[in-house]
Design a protein. Structure first.
Length: 627
């Protein structure tokens, strides 16, 4: 690519990586011609800079606003730094802002314990009652104060700016970080934010109205797009438990809404009636009418929903959250469409005592995604594991698009891809003898690896069972992921793990856990990843409903609803190892099912995969030769 073309596409680095030039040109053409682009772009291609430059150029030239959507805060920072490089190199004038979830930007004390939906209601009531000091300092009768205008000008002068910087400045000046960010977004050409700011039906339209943008003038870039189906399904789902109902009864008594207690007890009776004589940890499908009709006959469903919403708002004038308000939200969701959703009642063991859970689960993310994609100018969906692309195109409901699979840009000799078909985590084969075999092979491998290794299991239970034997045979320090760890505890453990890179340590994690996807360990920080088994979902009613739904819609229920999502988790685990063109490492898949045709076909086509039972020799030769 010529220097003039690089300048035209706002590419800020001195050299373009292999395959990166194709993504630059494809992005530019897709936005220019108002098309949708889906790309599988492996780690190392330089996706972020390859899409942001052309998107910014088209936005500046054609009046668009680019939304860079990502769920990872680290990716927010990378996008901001990329835009800073562009601005510095080409002296181009534009604003850009990073916005995370409103709750996480809030500097009110004590809001961490609230669910996001509860926080939204609490925040609204504080503003309406003029009880938020930070909002009052920022706005007066919907107009920005002189102080907020001054801070807005200060932050604009250093744009592109990360969320952390905005929060720090606003904390010093006692202003609302979210409202300042919204003001910045209104004047920004690039907005870096989470998926739900556009894809959540209850947020997207209001957010765009606040910043004065229209859907038709948007370019959206979805990073880590393999996560989007799961996120959208969660956004469109809702549940109600008997725990929430009991707490709502206490709340009604506390605030003297005595007539509400009777209605809440009726709702609980309906749930118990629907459930029948269920055993603990059992579940069954229910219909919309089974829950709605008895409540509607006794009290008028719509009126109950509205009354509970009003009471919830009133309660939040006194306290941060309202369980009656939460019941209202569920009643609203339950009354919605049937197609693409599953309605399930389950009987859960619980921490202290059993409880019932009534769920309205979204099966089809296209009900959320497709209308958005149709209404915007163009979109780019990208990920290092967006395979098979056709599946993502179909499940997200993207009708017209160009799909591109990029090759791995890293030298193949730097990575050993190895399948060891000597064990399995298949449910029927699980037991002490299988756990011992897995422990023996994994300990053999990590003892050979000259540095750090990470081992990912399908579940915490299976990991702990194997670790009973692994701990005795492993010669290195072991770090064990705990599902109860908070963010700071995870980061602390990760830093300790990194410090062992010279002598070597082992991280024992879970495929779907925090370390399975969200960590970046370049260079000598990680020399091997072992994926033990397949993280296939428990075949519960939701999974069975999903398989049935995709069978009826695409004739691919097993693949789309069960197998491929699990397999792609293992590919994400594998991606923790090789993070740059100079990194070298081994990726080991430990399960006989990986060589079965139905699974083997899902590996990326450009991977050179070896199937070996004599794994020790293969590993020793690789590390002796290349590391």
């Amino acid at each position: 690519m010529s220097p003039d073309k690089e300048k035209e596409l706002l590419f800020p680095f001195t050299s373009i990586r292999k395959e990166q030039d194709k993504l630059l040109l494809l992005t530019d053409a897709s936005i220019k011609h108002k098309r949708n682009l889906l790309c599988h772009a492996p780690t190392g291609l330089g996706k972020t800079v390859a899409v942001l430059g052309p998107a910014l150029r088209q936005s500046l030239n054609n009046g668009y606003t680019t939304f860079f959507l990502t769920s990872r805060h680290t990716q927010h920072r990378i996008a901001v730094e990329t835009l800073k490089l562009i601005k510095r190199k080409y002296d181009v004038s534009f604003n850009a802002v990073s916005i995370i979830g409103k709750k996480w930007m809030c500097i009110q004390p004590g809001i961490e314990a609230l669910y996001s939906s509860e926080f939204a209601d609490y925040c609204r009531k504080l503003r309406e009652e003029k009880k938020c000091e930070f909002y009052n300092n920022t706005k007066n009768k919907s107009k920005f104060t002189e102080l907020s205008k001054k801070v807005f000008g200060l932050i604009s002068s250093i744009s592109p700016v990360a969320t952390e910087k905005i929060i720090k400045i606003c904390r010093q000046e006692k202003l609302c970080p979210y409202e300042i960010s919204i003001a910045l977004a209104a004047n920004s050409k690039v907005i870096i934010t989470d998926y739900y700011y556009l894809f959540n039906p209850s947020i997207g339209e209001n957010f765009l109205a606040k910043i004065g943008k229209d859907f038709e003038d948007l370019v959206i870039i979805v990073d880590e797009a393999h996560n989007l189906p799961f996120r959208l399904k969660d956004l469109a789902s809702e549940h109600l438990s008997t725990i929430t109902l009991r707490r709502a009864v206490k709340e009604a008594k506390k605030f003297a809404y005595i007539e509400v207690v009777e209605i809440l007890n009726k709702i609980q009776d309906i749930m118990l009636s629907i459930s029948g004589e269920m055993q603990i940890e059992s579940e069954k499908l229910v219909t919309k009418k089974e829950f709605m009709h008895p409540l509607d006959v006794s009290y008028d469903y719509e009126q109950v929903k509205q009354d509970f919403k009003f009471i919830g708002d009133t309660v939040r004038e006194t306290q941060k959250q309202s369980y009656i308000g939460a019941v209202s939200k569920f009643l609203e969701r339950w009354a919605q469409r049937d197609n693409g959703f599953a309605r399930i009642i389950s009987f859960k063991k619980g921490f202290r005592k059993p409880y019932y859970l009534l769920s309205y689960r979204c099966l089809d993310p296209s009900v959320v995604c497709s209308p958005i994609v149709k209404s915007i100018s163009s979109s780019i969906f990208m990920s290092g594991t967006l395979v098979p692309i056709k599946m993502y195109k179909e499940v997200l409901g993207i009708e017209e698009s160009q799909e591109v699979v990029f090759n791995d840009p890293y030298p193949k000799k730097n990575r050993l891809n190895l399948i060891i078909p000597k064990t399995t985590t298949k449910y029927k084969r699980r037991g002490e003898s299988e756990y011992k075999k897995i422990a023996e092979i994994t300990s053999d491998i990590v003892n050979i690896v000259p540095g750090n290794s990470a081992v990912f299991f399908p579940s915490y239970y299976l990991r702990d069972k194997v670790n009973e034997f692994f701990a005795v045979q492993c010669k290195k320090t072991t770090f064990t992921e705990d599902s109860k760890m908070n963010k700071s505890q995870r980061l602390e453990m990760l830093e300790k793990f990194k410090s062992y890179s010279s002598k070597g340590a082992v991280l024992l994690g879970v495929s779907s856990g925090s370390f399975g996807e969200g960590i970046d360990l370049p260079g000598d920080l990680l020399k091997a990843v072992i994926i033990v088994g397949l993280p296939l979902r428990k075949p519960d009613l939701e999974t069975k409903s999903l398989i049935k739904y995709y069978d009826e819609k695409f004739n691919k229920g097993w693949d789309y609803g069960y197998l491929i999502p699990a397999f792609n988790k293992t590919l994400q685990n594998a991606g923790r190892c090789i993070r740059s063109e100079t990194d070298k490492g081994a990726i080991i898949f430990l399960d006989e099912r990986f060589v079965w045709r139905n699974y083997y076909r899902l590996f990326p086509k450009d991977w050179d995969i070896k199937v070996k039972s004599d794994y020790k020799k293969e590993l020793e030769e690789f590390f002796r030769k290349y590391v």
